[in-house]
Design a protein around this ligand. Structure first.
Ligand SMILES: NC(=O)c1ccc[n+]([C@@H]2O[C@H](COP(=O)([O-])OP(=O)(O)OC[C@H]3O[C@@H](n4cnc5c(N)ncnc54)[C@H](OP(=O)(O)O)[C@@H]3O)[C@@H](O)[C@H]2O)c1
Length: 321
């Protein structure tokens, strides 16, 4: 495994993080074994959220934190764990968002489920336009000062929203976001438009999520057939498989599969190596469901993506910037 400082902090994180979205895993004991295997392979960074649980099922909200809490026992101090706040956790008016009320309530619930006294990186899961930003910045600052949280970051913000939050934290002399977490892959390069410039300027860390475009870049799907029954894309009837794998996406996916075969790597390894080759990216967050997927994906580190190959992948995916 390779490790890198998270942005301009002193925190060292493995280039691959293990995400606990568990979209395709319903067995908690299997999920625990997968986490343990990832740790054996050198991953020290685990990404969680207060809403994550097996199979994207709302009935399982919070279960990923419970599973992680069980695995953490005896090795808490060697790992970097994240969790998140802001997503809907219930039907009440204060069951979502970034109000002081919601943040302070949810952090306690997360700490309890995780069975720990601190969170290494606490993330705003999304921007909350209904809460004054100062309220959020001050609530997060209190968590850092109290020792419950070590670092802060945000997910799914636009660059201007990150910039505004950094400016306000500076003005209030409050703890600021040390990094961002957004989708980034050969099929989604939006971060290159505005965010990477901000990241370089402000020294932020970047956690790239859905680095395999939620499985599309793994070579597991045939482009001329509907997704196999039981697969993630077959289950998610709200996602459009044909549109997501047609046109320019088809060209990207076919190129990744062909180049990976020439190189003797798997499509997942090549697609992940491309994400990690971007200097702004600190870590790619894996979303495996099985031990064999973790083992395969870890093969994305330990070798360097050749500049010619990188240029080919840059060119074929240019429609997705
Ligand atoms: N902050 C946010 O808003 C946010 C949003 C999304 C994700 N995330 C984080 O990022 C993590 C990863 O996101 P993601 O799940 O979208 O990532 P991803 O790696 O792009 O996609 C994961 C899916 O790819 C398939 N897969 C992974 N490795 C494979 C392999 N070697 N061979 C074949 N298929 C493979 C699996 O699908 P099958 O189940 O079909 O096998 C898996 O469910 C999440 O767990 C979460 O921690 C954060």
């Amino acid at each position: 495994m390779e490790y890198k400082n998270f942005g301009t902090t002193g925190l060292k994180v493995s280039r691959l993080a293990l995400g606990l979205g568990l979209r395709g895993q319903q067995s908690e004991s299997e999920a625990k074994r997968m986490i343990e295997r990832a740790l054996e392979l050198g991953i020290n960074f685990i990404d969680c959220a207060n809403i994550y649980g097996p199979m994207d099922d709302r009935a399982n909200i919070g279960r990923s934190e419970v599973v992680l809490g069980q695995v953490l026992q005896g090795r808490r101090d060697d790992l970097v764990i994240t969790t998140k706040v802001a997503s809907q956790v219930g039907s009440g008016p204060n069951d979502r968002g970034l109000s002081r009320y919601h943040i302070l309530r949810e952090v306690e619930r997360s700490l309890k489920r995780l069975n720990t006294d601190h969170i290494d990186i606490y993330l705003a899961h999304m921007y909350d336009e209904s809460t004054p930003l100062e309220e959020t910045v001050r609530a997060f600052d209190d968590l850092v000062r109290s020792g419950k949280v070590r670092y802060l970051a945000c997910c799914n913000y636009a660059a201007w929203q990150v910039g505004r939050a950094l400016w306000l934290a500076d003005k209030l002399n409050a703890a600021a976001y040390a990094g961002v977490q957004n989708p980034y892959s050969l099929l989604n390069r939006n971060l290159e438009r505005e965010m990477f410039g901000l990241v370089r300027d402000q020294g932020l860390g970047v956690m790239a999520y859905s680095p395999l475009a939620v499985g599309l870049l793994t070579g597991a799907y045939s482009l001329d057939q509907p997704p196999p029954q039981g697969s993630l894309w077959a289950r998610r009837t709200d996602w459009d498989f044909a549109a997501s794998t047609g046109g320019a996406a088809r060209e990207v996916i076919s190129t990744v599969v062909a180049l990976a075969a020439e190189l003797g790597k798997t499509p997942s390894q090549l697609a992940l190596a491309w994400v990690l080759s971007q200097p702004e990216v600190s870590v790619a967050i894996l979303g495996p469901d099985t031990i064999s997927q973790v083992e395969e994906n870890v093969g994305a580190v330990g070798w360097v993506l050749d500049a010619t190959l990188k240029a080919k992948l840059d060119a074929v995916s240019s429609a997705f910037v």
